[in-house]
Design a protein around this ligand. Sequence first.
Ligand code: APR
Length: 228
Amino acid sequence: MRIVILTGAGISAESGLGTFRDKDGLWTKYDLNEVATPEGFAKNPQLVTDFYNARRANCASAQPNAAHHALARLEAALPGQVTLITQNVDDLHQRAGSRNVIQMHGALMSALCAGCGHRWPAPPAMALTDRCPACGQARARPDVVWFGEIPYHMEAIAEAVETCTHFAAIGTSGQVYPAAGLAAEARRNGAQCTELNLEPSEISRVFQHRRYGPASEVVPAWVDSLLD
Ligand code: APR
């Protein structure tokens, strides 16, 4: 088995991190154009820095839930056979023990120098005066992929999706590309595709199999079914 898993905000919802497009979702409280685009950062870098500092603090105080732990258990049980691609910028997969994690939208716990491209562990609260450890410029930004920017690791993602035998999407509404197109790509390559979500997503028709309910319940059950 070569399993590719794509996770979205729904897998971290029960850890208290909320989602983007549900009722009370992040994008119902903030204008994503102001806080999640390069233009927004150029216009008001302090607002954007504060926004990600708040999300980083929430993430630091959150705990992985049973879904994160189940995926770590799956990877440990099938060494080298599980690739975990996440749209999430939290570090809950890593803190649950997952090793082979591709963060295609970047990471809250990482800082990026907009001047030289150097990355370093983000402090709990980033400031506009932070200097890049490599080049010394004060051009630090969250190492997060904003709307209009290219997601990270797309070649590795394409390679994994083209060669997988099983693909699962967990806790994603399937509204943001290229992530939302990966299931159809896997299906085209002959993979068995499963959607695990609270409710049907925009791309549910792509999947041969579906499991609906809270991730903390449906993901451990799905992992058990794979390992039995
Ligand atoms: N268990 C499982 N699924 C859940 C749960 C839960 N407890 N709670 C919510 N969900 C589902 C919702 O039904 C929804 O389909 O999680 C999904 C969350 O969808 P979004 O809020 O759109 O999050 P996501 O799909 O990850 O967004 C993709 O959009 O804003 C950008 O970069 C951001 O990575 C993000 C991307």
